[in-house]
Design a binder for this molecule. Sequence first.
Ligand SMILES: *Cc1c(COP(=O)(O)O)cnc(C)c1O
Length: 389
Amino acid sequence: MNTNPYAWIEQSLATIHRADWYRSVQTIQSRPGAKVILEGKEVINFASNDYLGLAGDERLQNDAIAAIQEFGTGSTGSRLLSGHRELHRELERAIASTKQTEDAVVFSSGYLANLGTITSLVGKKDLILSDIYNHSSLKNGAILSGATIIEYPHCDIATLTAKLHQNRHNYRRCLIITDSVFSMDGDLCPLPELLDIAEEFSCMLLIDEAHATGVIGKTGAGCVEYFGCTGREIIQIGTLSKALGSLGGYVAGNSNLIDFVRNRAPSWIYTTALSPADTAAALAAFQIVQQEPQRRQQLWANVDYLKQLITNNLPKLKILPSQSPILCFQLSDAATAVIAGKYLKAAGIFAPAIRPPTVPTSRIRITMMATHQLEEIDQLVQALEHFNL
Ligand SMILES: *Cc1c(COP(=O)(O)O)cnc(C)c1O
């Protein structure tokens, strides 16, 4: 055999191109915000997870700079060796206080928080029930754990119950995993029903509040707060990189759970601690989330304004059900979605096409920010009207 063992990569890339699934990066040349410079052109930004507009906030920057000046740029080791600083503990206390849990532990990203937590909680003898629309980090955490995985149809409580009836007794532990706000759709998981089922079948419940923290619930504590489930036994994952404007992830819950994760999660034990700058910025963000509820109110006012305009002016638009600042318009295929994304960009609107394999059906995904001006939302709707979506 003298065939090139890497030749298949070029062929696979060609297949990706043919399916209109090819992706590449686009450069932002300004600070994060409601308006950004994208590849040299000013656009209104409907593509960011920076829901509260904190990623460009002076206060986060100042605290990050101060942390660098005091502690340097790198944390130099894992938390259990040389990487731990008092700042990490302060941030973990702020997370636990927001979530009203006994404790929390921060990871270097939300992705790593899911991988580490899921693999520490279940193994070969165990069962995972997973919503089919779950984020990649939940899906890959499940695979890495070695547990048996059963996917249930999106938010389908009846099928979930049936699967548990059929399978629960064959396994030692069982873990139900779900996004709380579904990241590519914008709808919410049925948390109270999931909690009831978890109790009935003696399952642990892990929810990923990546898009909910800072955004949903009266104090921004997430869907657990929104559904009135605060204080119930739930494993709450989240990220510091969306509404909190920094980088990192966390798990919050009771102190035994967190203690266990600190002793068992490989993606926490064997990776370098969160940098001082990221830690300090996230800590500043939690303070702002608590002290400035008006940011969250403005975000929701903007969401309502956009929904109202769509109802009035764009009756044909196929909007996926949403209870969050994520709004998606379904399109017939990947090529149409790419054209729509390009058209919007030419019209000064940054709203990306999301295609398979990220999602089952192609769509344009809009994320609202607290810092969008009403005129900017008007411009989005005008562009959509123009494109006749
Ligand atoms: C973004 C996201 C993550 C990953 O968080 P990072 O901190 O960016 O790694 C995990 N879960 C969900 C649902 C997400 O949307």
